[in-house]
Design a protein around this ligand. Structure first.
Ligand code: LMR
Length: 337
């Protein structure tokens, strides 16, 4: 009898242990923080690099123990070619490609690539925060992407491995690296140059080895990637914009617990304000740092020369007006006033 009792007792203990073994991992899983991988292609000492780190700090502060943000800069995790795909596959949760890199998902964002569209970054700000700019954030939802905000880098400058870079004739026949954008391709074709789409991480080597003669970028990218070491002249043209959209996977975002999503949205809003405030200071400081190295000559194009660049690039607008929509172009122009 005693023996029967004790074996029943043993079976009960065993069942209890088994139940606990099943319950434990579940409770442990429930306590695991949500891991948010934020991948980008630039260095940490850039507007985007700083914005990503600020977002991590704010998100983890607002949601202690609930989220862990892992930032991967400098194409460490995914480069240009793969990051959008990786986001859609759920291999990464946040990326911030430049607005030039969404061609495959929407034609509307091409508006931002039109040369000489915005007078300055304040005009860009007005357009992005207005109804049309905000509507563009959700314009790719049917493709599985949601924009959480715009981050500035700044205006692009033109650089080449030649001593003279003052007027459009100086780039005729030269090979230029461009981002994956049809508008930028048309822009360089309009100048009589040969554009070549290329991932950001490959540009330094391509310039160094002469695969391409030049490129266009912001001061912060030219400085942090050391392009000035392998270019002779940088012309200060401010001819176009390089800004970002921070995007996430729509399904992942919608599936987050409501309190987490709302705290992350707040963190993004604050990180956006922080990064956008920093952007022009970083670019100005980097321009000065490049000048101080004495490695590439900085040439400030004058008013007459600028008019020639503008005129040469003008045909691009007509070519893309149909895809972009006249309403968006007009809205952007209105932001200049
Ligand atoms: C580029 O490819 O030149 C830029 O879009 C890189 C970046 O993210 O600023």
């Amino acid at each position: 009898m005693n023996c029967i009792k004790s074996s029943r007792w043993l079976r009960m203990v065993a069942a209890g242990i088994a139940a606990a073994a099943v319950a434990l991992p579940l409770s442990a899983i429930a306590q695991q923080p949500i891991v948010i991988k934020f991948s980008h292609v630039v260095a940490e000492n850039t507007p985007k690099g700083q914005g990503a780190l600020k977002f991590k700090e704010l998100a983890e502060k607002k949601l202690p123990g609930k989220v862990q943000v892992q930032v991967f800069p400098s194409s460490q995790l995914f480069g240009d070619a793969k990051e959008l795909e990786a986001l859609l596959l759920g291999d990464v949760q946040l990326i911030a490609p430049s607005l030039s890199k969404f061609d495959r998902y929407t034609k509307k964002l091409q508006v931002y690539d039109l040369p000489f569209l915005f007078d300055d970054i304040e005009a860009v700000d007005r357009f992005q925060s207005g109804p049309q700019g905000q509507a563009l954030l959700t314009s790719m939802k049917n493709r599985g992407l949601v924009g959480l905000g715009y981050w500035h880098n700044g205006m692009k400058q033109l650089s080449s491995n030649k001593d003279k870079l003052a007027v459009p004739d100086d780039v005729k026949g030269l090979k230029f690296r461009i981002q994956a954008s049809d508008v930028l391709e048309a822009q360089f074709r309009a100048l009589g140059s040969n554009p070549q789409k290329m991932a950001f991480s490959e540009v330094y080597q391509a310039l160094q080895t002469g695969v391409v003669d030049g490129q266009e970028n912001t001061w912060s990218n030219i400085y942090s990637q050391k392009f000035y070491e392998v270019q002779k002249t940088i012309a200060e043209t401010n001819h176009g914009l390089l800004d970002y959209m921070v995007v996430t996977n729509a399904k992942w975002w919608d599936g987050l617990p409501a309190d987490v999503r709302s705290a992350l949205a707040d963190a993004m809003k604050e990180a956006t304000a922080y990064a956008n405030k920093l952007a022009s200071d970083i670019n100005e400081a980097d321009k000065k740092k490049i000048a101080d190295t004495g490695k590439a000559k900085i040439y400030k194009v004058n008013k007459q020369e600028l008019a020639l660049w503008r005129k040469s690039m003008e045909p691009v607008w007509k070519k893309f007006e149909g895809d972009i929509g006249r309403d968006l172009i007009d809205g952007a122009l209105k932001a200049n006033q």
